[in-house]
Design a protein around this ligand. Structure first.
Ligand code: THU
Length: 158
């Protein structure tokens, strides 16, 4: 038997270490938490994405009394982009979240379903999506969803 080790590559940054357009996208994600509809979890998630042509789109989590139909912030933004700008690759995605105590101290990472959707979009446009996972203490910058979705399943897996 042999063992394989799978590693993730994540840059841990402070806001001041990021370029102004990166900071702006993160601020958009933070602002998008205002549009969260989250009367059940009270966890407000915002996402902001930038497309290849510079278009920026926001998303926020949208909850429902039937919990399972809740939509995450990331997928709200991605599906809006895919619908309105189907030919544009997504190049950047920022995520921020807050609860009753304010913005989360540590980075908020996309859930498994969102990671799978992000993977599909990366593959579709053959374009890596740089992720910014905001936390008050640090921002995780990740070059591709594949870094945090190892051993993934995609169309080539069938
Ligand atoms: N949520 C997101 O919007 N994105 C994630 O990646 C994690 C979870 C939302 C869904 C739900 O409205 C709330 O956070 C609590 O799970």
């Amino acid at each position: 038997m042999k063992e394989i080790k799978i590693e993730s590559r994540i840059k841990v940054c402070k806001m001041s270490e990021l370029a102004s357009d990166e900071q702006r996208l993160i601020e958009m994600a933070k602002k998008a938490t205002d549009n969260s509809y989250s009367p059940y979890s009270h966890f407000k998630v915002g996402a902001a994405i930038r497309l290849g042509d510079g278009t920026e789109i926001i998303g926020a989590n949208q909850e429902n009394a039937a919990f399972s139909v809740t939509m995450c912030a990331e997928r709200s933004a991605i599906f809006a982009a895919m619908t309105q700008y189907p030919d544009q690759p997504i190049t950047h995605l920022a995520i921020a979240a807050r609860n009753e105590n304010g913005f989360m101290a540590e980075s908020t990472a996309p859930c498994g379903s969102c990671r799978q959707v992000i993977l599909e979009v990366e593959n579709l446009h053959k374009q890596q999506i740089r992720l910014y996972l905001y936390g008050e203490n640090n921002i995780y910058v990740i070059e591709s969803i594949k870094d945090i979705l190892p051993l993934n399943f995609d169309s080539e897996s069938m």
